[in-house]
Design a protein around this ligand. Structure first.
Ligand SMILES: C[S@@+](CC[C@H](N)C(=O)[O-])C[C@H]1O[C@@H](n2cnc3c(N)ncnc32)[C@H](O)[C@@H]1O
Length: 208
């Protein structure tokens, strides 16, 4: 499969690939929000292929607006911090879903192209066993609120990806708050990612 441009570093992708390989057989539904050109989707599926996920009818839901922002177009053309893969010339405002489908060709994905993933109706689909969020930081809490009612207590794993996770004070504060209140339990973190397990049934509020 041709590699797309990526913004996430190799150790993070390797960790997610291994996580998918190790846990794919226990999962029925995965939701990934903020897929861009599909770099993460590809790697997660490399792990899932070593599990029984697809054979057991697992569903993989992909959410994004798939419209190139000015910054996104610049990064695709010139490279981000962890950029690798081909450079792509896309215009600001261009629909990049065709690139995503090309890079993930043949994978059994359910595509949700939404202008604002933070503003959609509550999910009410199959409960995600793994929820991967790499959309913009500002709307992250809203996205979580949208899906939270369907998360499985003591089951769902939430992965937040962010280049500057540990250097972003607000997010660090949020993670501390959520774990202190007992909504989430941190099971793995690095400067680039944090993995939580959902602990309590449904919080009154998930604050940013
Ligand atoms: C940093 S990129 C994701 C990189 C990707 N995870 C990878 O592995 O290459 C962020 C993505 O989130 C999407 N996005 C950000 N905010 C969004 C929103 N509110 N609604 C829909 N998509 C959003 C952007 O379109 C972009 O594709």
């Amino acid at each position: 499969m041709t590699r797309p441009p990526v913004l996430v570093d190799e150790p993070t992708y390797a960790y997610m690939e291994k996580w998918a390989a190790d846990h794919g057989s226990d999962m029925k539904c995965i939701a990934e929000v903020g897929c861009w050109f599909g770099g993460g989707t590809q790697r997660i599926w490399e792990g899932l292929k070593r599990s029984e996920f697809a054979a057991r009818g697992g569903e993989y839901h992909c959410f994004d607006r798939w419209v190139a922002s000015r910054r996104g177009a610049r990064k695709a053309a010139t490279g981000g911090v962890f950029y690798s893969g081909p450079h792509l010339d896309v215009a600001e405002g261009e629909d990049i879903l065709p690139y995503f489908t090309r890079f993930t060709d043949g994978l059994p994905l359910t595509i949700h192209q939404e202008d604002d993933c933070a503003g959609g109706p509550p999910w009410h689909g199959p409960p995600p066993d793994w929820f991967i969020l790499d959309a913009c930081k500002q709307t992250r809490a809203k996205v979580l609120r949208r899906f939270y009612g369907d998360f499985v207590p003591k089951g769902t794993i939430i992965t937040l990806l962010d280049l500057w996770w540990l250097s972003c004070r607000e997010q660090r504060k949020w993670a501390k708050w959520a774990t202190r209140e007992g909504y989430l339990e941190c099971i793995s973190d690095s400067p680039q990612w944090i993995f939580f397990r959902v602990t309590s049934p449904c919080p009154v509020e998930i604050r940013s």
